[in-house]
Write a protein that binds this ligand. Structure first.
Ligand SMILES: [Zn+2]
Length: 342
């Protein structure tokens, strides 16, 4: 070993350094240990750098860049407390805005129920009546939307005796939306198609808050729902149950979507009533609420013996009253909307 080493060293260095070469194995071991130590630490640093980079990339890749702004956090109103929200919370709640410019990344498929499960009959003096139909058992939706839609359609029957409304669509997965979009771009350019059928990730149907309907005529054929004539009452009364006709013809320049009288979106009370009375589409309403902050004036609305106060909190610091009922919804954009009731 020593000889071999000495020979090799001699080949590379000067021949008169034999005495020093006797200690080279120890030196070599030290050098190797030091090198291993350095390499180990370099690997550790690289790994830690990669993890930070990945985590940042994951957030940025989620579709929405929230604006974090706590500049007004020192102005907490008296009787209020701060609730810290997260990026994930931005896409939770019945006021999440989803549309051409608002991507929705949440998977809600675990929290849905079948539309059939909510169906109740109307017991008239003569017999029990089925007030509407559901196209098949694959129509699933959020429980609160399911029950509100049932109430709306049972009331519609009671007022009009019309029972041929058919629910065709509720929640849609990204892959189902992709197949609908693919079908649309077989006939149109992609630029044109997005105004008729949303691209995957941009459809309200992913959230479980949207419902589509059609009409089954006397011969059992499904026809398009237009909301005209005797059906106008359904559109007009939808806000009493938390729904709005989301894509109106007169608002297509704002929503970017052509008229869809059959597409109902659940936004909850009293928001649906305020949108109806002020003639605001969802995009306009979300902007309008930014005029009302926790520290400033709140939007007040009375409905059925209840008073509501609504305001907007920018960023992740949300201010809520310490002693009143409230709900918080992300707007899927840049902040949260608080709805207080008493
Ligand atoms: Zn729809």
């Amino acid at each position: 070993m020593g000889i071999k080493y000495s020979k090799t060293s001699g080949d590379n260095n000067n021949r008169n350094s034999n005495r020093r070469k006797k200690y080279d194995p120890i030196l070599l071991v030290c050098v190797i240990l030091f090198a291993v130590f350095v390499v180990y630490n370099v690997i550790l640093m690289i790994n830690s750098g990669t993890k930070q980079g990945d985590s940042h990339a994951f957030k940025a890749g989620n579709g929405i860049e929230p604006i974090y702004d706590d500049s007004d956090s020192e102005l907490l109103p008296e009787g209020y407390k701060t609730v810290k929200m997260t990026f994930d919370d931005l896409s939770a709640g019945d006021l999440v805005l989803i549309g051409l410019d608002n991507y929705y990344s949440r998977d809600v498929s675990d929290s849905l129920v079948g539309m059939y499960d909510c169906m109740t009959e109307y017991n008239s003096s003569k017999n029990a009546v089925q007030c509407y139909s559901v196209s098949d058992s694959s129509v699933i939706i959020r429980p609160e939307v399911c029950s509100a839609m049932n109430d709306l359609l049972v009331n519609f029957y009671k007022k009009t005796n019309i029972s041929n409304i058919n629910i065709t669509s509720g929640y849609r997965s990204f892959s189902l939306q992709q197949s609908l979009f693919d079908r649309e771009i077989a006939e149109k350019t992609e630029e044109e198609a997005i105004h008729w059928v949303a691209k995957p990730g941009y459809s309200e149907h992913h959230s479980g808050y949207a419902v589509d309907i059609n009409i089954i005529d006397d011969s059992g054929v499904a026809i398009e729902y237009t909301g005209d004539g005797e059906y106008k009452y359904l559109n007009d009364s939808a806000p009493d149950y938390g729904f709005v006709v989301r894509y109106q013809d007169k608002k297509k320049n704002i929503t970017g979507i052509y008229y869809e009288p059959w597409h109902f979106r659940y936004v909850g009370l009293p928001h649906s009533k305020i949108m109806q009375e002020k003639d605001l589409c969802f995009e306009e309403y979300i902007d309008y609420l930014k005029d009302f902050s926790a520290n400033g004036e709140h939007l007040k609305y009375k409905h059925k013996n209840k008073t509501y106060e609504i305001y907007y909190c920018k960023g992740y610091n949300v201010y809520v009253p310490e002693n009143l009922n409230y709900s918080i919804s992300g707007n899927n954009k840049d902040g949260f909307i608080v709805t207080v009731d008493y």
